[in-house]
Design a protein around this ligand. Sequence first.
Ligand SMILES: *Cc1c(COP(=O)(O)O)cnc(C)c1O
Length: 440
Amino acid sequence: MREYGDAAAHPSQDVDLGALEAATAELRERLRDNYPFHHPRYAAQMLKPPHPAAVIGYVTAMLVNPNNHALDGGPATAALEKEVVAQLAAMFGFADRAGAPGYLGHLTSSGTIANLEALFVARETHPGLRVAHSADAHYTHARMAHLLGVESVAVPTSADGTMDLDALASLLRTGTVGTVVATTGTTGLGAVDPVHEILPIARAHGVRVHVDAAYGGFFRLIADDLPGGVAPAPYLAIAECDSVVIDPHKHGLQPYGCGAVLFRDPAVARHYLHDSPYTYFTSEDLHLGEISLECSRAGAAAAALWLTLRLLPLTPDGLGAVLRPGRQAALDWAALIEQSEELRLYQPPQLDILTCYPVRPRLSEVDAVSATAMTAGMTRPPAESVHLATYTVDAADLAARGHAVEADVPTGRILRSVLMKPEHQAAVPWLHEQVLGLVR
Ligand SMILES: *Cc1c(COP(=O)(O)O)cnc(C)c1O
């Protein structure tokens, strides 16, 4: 910036230093109304602070404030975005073919927008046909399909929370479905739909397959059947699917505002085609706004992800080593619960999300104890607190998993913990003791 010569700020933007300090102090005070997302005692929702490298990358680029809509808005961060998208594509096996890109993709502000774009392209390639997703898929699919004027249909899940393949097969035989959404890591239970089994069923009917890997996509790095790893087959099959969505702001150590969508066929760019009299003028090269539904997007988000992946690359030993301890934490805690008389595992964890419930005869009591445990844990003094989440189940969900709980009420809450910080592994014995104390 200094190379361009002095450019004094206009006095209208001057602020009183004392006023800035006072307002900042007020902000810090306001921000105390939060939960300890950074700490292993927070074992509730999918939240954690970004990696310091992401913060440095974000703030460094943000001082320039490039806009990744068009190359005119910041060529540097547009180039960084293309590099990180290529790394995500390589992770999923969307490799380049014969020197030409074997995929099309870009970052988005969120998983919601990324899924919207995938379903938008699905509507264009399979017009007039329905979108099928599992009953446990993120609610965004039904909502975005509605927004796109596409009918959606929920496929029942089997006892492990994954898409029921028999139900899918009979649904596809109706010929009314154009796209199946497989979720590799549902938001509630972390259930991984069997992409490798969904694909052949879908292909037999000429149906498109989109994978919502917003939460679970980075588990591809540890889909190796090694200790603390996850089952490889569904993840390896993503390479053969038509599109995939991943949220670097969930398991990619990024601040919010970083999702991504990738398409297997680069030719889907034609569905985005538009021109604009006031953008796209500095270069004939691809402007990201030409392949994205969003216009302005933070170039800083691309810089943050790029810098993070320089230090923790998309390899088993890089970012994979950050995910494996959380996965191991879920396995270790599940083993402790299986040995206990007072807690029961709702279902075995497939990723790093653990669900269990206090052993009580009736669902109304399971619900009351779970809710009380959650509230009691989070209202303790900060240095003694334990933060859990709940998950609502019904009689059929419990029965499908063989749980002998009398469903005296239609639905009830059980306990749910997302163990997405590597520090959770060492904290598991402590967390288990705390939960036992709370449910007693
Ligand atoms: C979080 C999530 C979404 C929505 O993504 P946002 O980034 O919150 O908009 C969609 N699908 C799944 C499976 C998710 O976990």
